[in-house]
Design a protein around this ligand. Structure first.
Ligand SMILES: [Zn+2]
Length: 408
């Protein structure tokens, strides 16, 4: 029954394409008509119809607004299919050391409502996640939804995350959080306040999720993407072929604690880390020593936005420090896009990065490299956290189990 073209990779054992595989083809835009799905999978028209019927009954698919298109199998024009990104909502939050941002998103990644405010990580996970649960309980109503419409929660944190458990591992900026059950606490905080059923909670590093959000939204064709977040600390996220690269322990991209040979004390307890000399926190400290009131990366951001000359000079110097380390990063990974994000991301810092990067890296590593600033800005982590949840829930190998749970 196989038609032209290579059938899609299917689940374990190489069996026939599942409903989850069909959904994946539609979501990715690789096949959006019944005929194209037949062609891509080698399934019969009847089998494709049965599988699509389950996806329609679950409310996950709808007929496209674009109207019929020419069928790849010939004959009359075919109805297009699309993922129904309004059948549920996602909650996401991005925690910084003293500030948090939370949002309701569609399954397509559009932010529907948002709130932000002071949440201090040093107060510990119990207090912070309890308060975040309260924010999450109130957010759906602002978009006309109920807590029961939430299908999952994504959380970005400024520390290394063990992806199997969602726990942070020895996080310098999150004292008291080491090994804490973030997923369990946040899930409980949400269900206790709303009475809604428990939903999956996914946790990842903030730079990873910012990179994921920016790559998917702004640079979808870039197969090797690096984002460096320079705020109170410094971290990098790497997206390769559309997936976050985390390394074996979730530690990939933790460039803030590379020793650069200075003697400044870092929050991690070591001396001479990159973050101790070139982060927003380090620049704030230098400014404070010079009599300019600044205590955090966000204070530096405000000074930079106001064109403060000393802040600009220190940001450029910090950019050179970071650029020196990024020369190695770029040589190792040969990315197409290097994005600078966070409190320091602006012209002075970028100028410093470019000065050292192009001087130290091999020309071949930088020939096709774009060094850019963040497009999504402070929302990048939220968009990435939302996408992480959606990709988790609608992955082909999870769809079958979820359809059965819905009784379709
Ligand atoms: Zn350190």
């Amino acid at each position: 029954m196989r038609m032209t073209g290579r059938p899609v990779r299917t689940g374990k054992g190489g069996g026939q394409a599942s409903a989850g595989d069909l959904l994946e083809l539609v979501r990715s835009g690789r096949a959006v008509t019944r005929g194209a799905l037949q062609q891509a999978t080698g399934l019969s028209r009847a089998t494709v119809g049965q599988r699509l019927d389950r996806l329609f009954r679950a409310g996950w698919l709808r007929e496209g607004a674009g109207g019929p298109v020419d069928s790849p199998l010939g004959g009359r024009p075919a109805i297009t299919l699309e993922f129904d990104d309004a059948h549920a909502i996602v909650l996401a939050a991005d925690l910084d050391t003293r500030h948090a941002r939370a949002a309701v998103l569609t399954l397509g990644g559009e932010i529907l409502a948002e709130r932000s405010g002071t949440l201090v990580l040093e107060d510990g996970p119990e207090a912070v996640l309890g308060e975040l649960g309260r924010w999450f309980a109130e957010l759906p109503a602002k978009t006309g939804h109920r807590a029961q419409d939430v299908c999952g929660i994504g959380l970005a944190v400024p520390g290394p995350v063990e992806s199997g458990t969602g726990r942070v591992v020895q996080p310098p900026m999150m004292p008291g959080w080491d090994g804490y059950d973030i997923r369990g606490r946040l899930s409980r905080a949400f269900t206790e306040r709303t009475g809604a059923p428990a939903v999956p909670v996914l946790v990842d590093n903030d730079a990873n999720l910012m990179a994921y959000g920016e790559q998917r939204t702004v640079h979808p064709d870039c197969s090797a993407f690096v984002l460096v977040k320079v705020s109170t600390g410094i971290g990098a996220g790497v997206v390769v072929d559309g997936s976050i690269y985390r390394g074996v322990d979730g530690g990939a991209g933790d460039i803030g604690h590379i020793r650069v040979g200075a003697d400044a004390l870092c929050r991690c307890g070591s001396h001479g880390c990159l973050a101790a000399v070139a982060s927003g926190g380090a620049v704030a400290r230098r400014l404070a020593e010079a009599g300019v009131p600044a205590a955090s990366g966000s204070d530096v951001r405000h000074l930079l936005a106001a064109g403060h000359p000393e802040a600009a000079a220190l940001a450029r110097e910090a950019g050179r420090r970071v650029g020196d380390v990024l020369a190695t990063v770029v040589t190792l990974l040969n990315p197409g896009v290097l994005m600078i994000a966070g409190d320091l991301a602006g012209t002075p810092f970028l100028t410093g990065v470019r000065e050292l990067l192009y001087q130290r890296a091999l020309p071949r590593s930088t020939a096709h490299l774009d060094v850019v600033t963040s497009r999504l800005g402070e929302r990048a982590g939220l968009v990435g956290a939302g996408a992480l949840v959606v990709e988790h829930l609608y992955a082909p190998d999870r769809v079958e189990e979820r359809l059965l749970a819905l009784g379709v």
